[in-house]
Design a protein around this ligand. Structure first.
Ligand SMILES: CC(C)(COP(=O)(O)OP(=O)(O)OC[C@H]1O[C@@H](n2cnc3c(N)ncnc32)[C@H](O)[C@@H]1OP(=O)(O)O)[C@@H](O)C(=O)NCCC(=O)NCCS
Length: 108
């Protein structure tokens, strides 16, 4: 399963594993999906598709206009799956990460 303590305003699927956090700007309300994960022995049985579909369905129901998540560029089979589900892959986005000493430098 994902992290031990959930981020604020998030919920976790108990059957599979993902975090969903909600955010909004003046223009858009978004679902952010984190760590979509299905245990090895349960893969290719439709659970991943089911989970992502359920998230998208809930987003529509709640009037959110965007569901987004991050995928690593080597994960080509999964990227194909996401595209087949209708997702557009944005190659121009880069993850920015502050960690280790660079992050600690902001302490105190
Ligand atoms: C990605 C993941 C969540 C998909 O879950 P899943 O339950 O296996 O997905 P589904 O059974 O619904 O399969 C959906 C489709 O994805 C594609 N797919 C998934 N894994 C694949 C693989 N290893 N090789 C080829 N295609 C694959 C197939 O098109 C598949 O449909 P099909 O079985 O009808 O051909 C799961 O593989 C996983 O946890 N992977 C490791 C973590 C990861 O990479 N997460 C994604 C982070 S963005």
């Amino acid at each position: 399963m994902a992290a031990a303590s959930p981020p604020p305003h998030s919920l976790q699927s108990t059957a599979l594993s993902t975090w969903i956090s909600l955010s909004s700007t003046r223009k858009e309300r978004r679902f952010h999906v984190e760590d979509l994960f299905v245990t090895d022995s349960y893969r290719r049985k439709g659970f991943g598709r089911m989970l992502l579909s359920a998230v998208a369905k809930q987003a529509v129901k709640m009037g959110y206009c965007r569901v987004e998540w991050v995928v690593l560029d080597w994960n080509v089979n999964v990227i194909k799956f996401y595209e087949e589900m209708g997702a557009k892959i944005h190659n121009e986005c880069r993850i920015c990460r502050l960690t280790g000493e660079a992050l600690q430098a902001y302490g105190d």
